[in-house]
Each structure stands twice: as structure tokens, then as C-alpha cells.
Design a protein around this ligand. Structure first.
Ligand SMILES: Cc1cc2nc3c(=O)[nH]c(=O)nc-3n(C[C@H](O)[C@H](O)[C@H](O)COP(=O)(O)O)c2cc1C
Length: 277
């Protein structure tokens, strides 16, 4: 009588039957744990992406209504947003454009897109953005009854010491007086350059005039405190101590965006419209 064929050893069982101090088992378990973790991380990245994008969009909108000063009376973000009207502007002419959907316009993506930018010569690029966007979304703040425009919010960006800083500059309807400034994305050192987010420093901008008597961008960050009676004080803001370079970046980017390659043509058009009543 033939003896039965020996059953092939199950490799999984054989692996787990190895002694715990076996090198093969240690390596195998390590690989297994790594595999499980990477599957979990990949799943989380994919599954949470829509929620992340929703939160980013909400945060973007919250910053817009905050810089517009619409949250001060305790209004909700949703109520404040009903007073904001977005328009896509062709920077070269300052005219409204329908080339893209302004509600979906991603400033950071557009800033790197060769099809939606033109290269800047170093002499024209104090904000160190390298590529000039052809379009930018801007946000008009309407009065509570919706009858008139009260302010405009201009997205701005440029180089700090360590990072590209993205923010909003809100101007009153004289298109010259600052209503607010807020950086919504920056990677400067907390406590140094990161102080551009400090509400006390941001409050220093309110009421400043961004253009000089000739209509040229004129914002200056000065060392120490601005003396209210000093000549040019209307255009000056206290520099950030220990963060001169970040402050210089802010000064350069604000003046760039208010200039002829930024929102200059738009502001000119708004002034003309206002003059015509
Ligand atoms: C760790 C570290 C982080 C720094 N971060 C910043 C910064 O975010 N922005 C900035 O302008 N300077 C920063 N600085 C300081 C600059 O290197 C530079 O010394 C400073 O801007 C000098 O100007 P001030 O002291 O006159 O402002 C940092 C320095 C160190 C050592």
C-alpha cells in the first residue's frame, strides 16, 4: 500500500511558524506593516482630498470677507459673501474678461501656467514672481442694499524671505485708501516674518494711501515707528523688527501689484468710471 503524498507546506503558515527572532520573520513583518501603512495613507489622501479642497475654498472665502471688514459686526461668512462680487480682470487692459470662470480661477495654478502668464524681465519684477499673470480675479464689495460698490479686494503675491506670500489688499472706493491687508498663505518664520499675520501689524495698514500725488504706487515700510506728522506718513507702515527682508518683500509686492503690470489699468478704469458718475 502506497503511503499518502506529503501535503505541500503552506508558505504563510510556515512564515508565521518561524521563531520570532528569525531575521526572515522580522524583515517580513516589517514589510507587511509598511505595506499596510502605505495603503492606509494612500487611501486617506484620496478619500480626504474633496474635504480638503472644500475647506481650502471656504478658508479662501473667509479671508476675502475678513479683509473686506465684513465680519466685524458679527456677520456670518455666508451673509458677508452675498455682498462680494467676483470678476475676472484682464490685467493688460483692466477690463472684465469672460475667458475663464472666475469662481473656479486658481491664482496659484495660474501663476505657474505658461499659457496664462508672460515672462517678466528682472527689472520689471520687484515682487520676484517671474511670470506675469494675464488674468486675476478681483472681488468687489457691495453695500448692504447691493446698490453701490464700497471697496475692491485685490489678490496679491510675491516673494518673502523664505516663501511666496499670497494675500489680499482691500481698497476703499477711492481706489487708494487701504481697508485691509491679509496674507492667507506664507511660509515666513513664525515670530519674525510670520508677523505679517499679526492683527496689530495688519491694523497699521488701515487708512494708508497707496498712491502718491502723481498716482504712483508709494507704499514704504520704514524701520521703527512711523511718525504721524512726518512727510509721506500716509504711505508708510512700521517695518517688522527682525524681519526686514520679509517686510521688503511685502513692500515690493504691494507696489508691483498696484503698478502698470498689476492692477494699474484696472484702477485707472475704475477712477474713470467714477469720474463719469
Ligand atoms: C532662523 C532665522 C529665521 C529668520 N526668519 C526671517 C524671516 O522670516 N524674515 C526676515 O525678514 N528675516 C528673518 N530672519 C532674519 C534675517 O536673516 C535678517 O537677519 C534680518 O532680516 C535682518 O534684519 P533686521 O534685524 O534689521 O530686521 C531670520 C533669521 C534667522 C536666524
Amino acid at each position: 500500500m502506497n503511503s499518502p503524498e506529503p501535503r505541500a507546506a503552506n508558505p504563510v503558515r510556515a512564515f508565521f511558524a518561524l521563531p520570532n527572532d528569525s531575521r526572515t520573520k522580522t524583515l517580513g513583518i516589517t514589510l507587511l506593516v509598511c505595506l499596510c501603512c502605505s495603503v492606509l495613507v494612500a487611501w486617506a489622501a484620496v478619500a480626504l482630498k474633496p474635504a480638503q479642497q472644500r475647506n481650502q475654498a471656504l478658508e479662501f472665502q473667509r479671508n476675502i470677507v475678513e479683509v473686506a471688514g465684513l465680519l466685524q459686526d458679527g456677520s456670518s461668512v455666508e451673509a458677508a459673501l452675498s455682498r462680494i462680487e467676483a470678476q475676472l480682470i484682464e490685467l493688460e487692459t483692466g477690463a472684465v474678461s469672460t475667458a475663464f470662470d472666475q469662481t473656479q480661477y486658481n491664482i496659484e495654478a495660474a501663476a505657474k501656467d505658461p499659457k496664462r502668464t508672460t515672462p517678466l524681465a528682472p527689472a520689471d519684477d520687484p515682487a520676484l514672481i517671474r511670470l506675469r499673470p494675464r488674468f486675476m480675479p478681483v472681488y468687489f464689495v457691495r453695500s448692504a442694499d447691493g446698490q453701490s460698490v464700497q471697496a475692491v479686494i485685490l489678490p496679491v503675491y510675491g516673494a518673502g524671505l523664505w516663501s511666496r506670500m499670497y494675500g489680499f489688499l482691500a481698497l476703499e472706493k477711492d481706489w487708494d485708501t487701504v481697508r485691509g491687508l491679509k496674507f492667507y498663505q506664507q511660509g515666513e518664520t513664525p515670530g519674525l516674518g510670520g508677523e505679517i499675520d499679526n492683527p496689530k501689524w495688519r491694523a497699521l495698514w488701515q487708512g494708508k494711501q497707496v498712491h502718491d500725488a502723481d498716482g504712483q504706487p508709494a507704499i514704504r515700510l520704514v524701520k521703527g515707528h512711523v511718525e504721524a506728522s512726518a512727510p509721506g506718513a500716509a504711505h508708510q507702515i512700521d517695518g517688522l523688527s527682525g524681519a526686514t527682508l520679509t517686510g521688503r518683500g511685502v513692500e515690493h509686492l504691494i507696489n508691483y501689484w498696484l503698478g502698470p503690470l498689476g492692477y494699474g489699468p484696472l484702477l485707472q478704469r475704475l477712477r474713470q468710471q467714477q469720474a463719469q458718475g
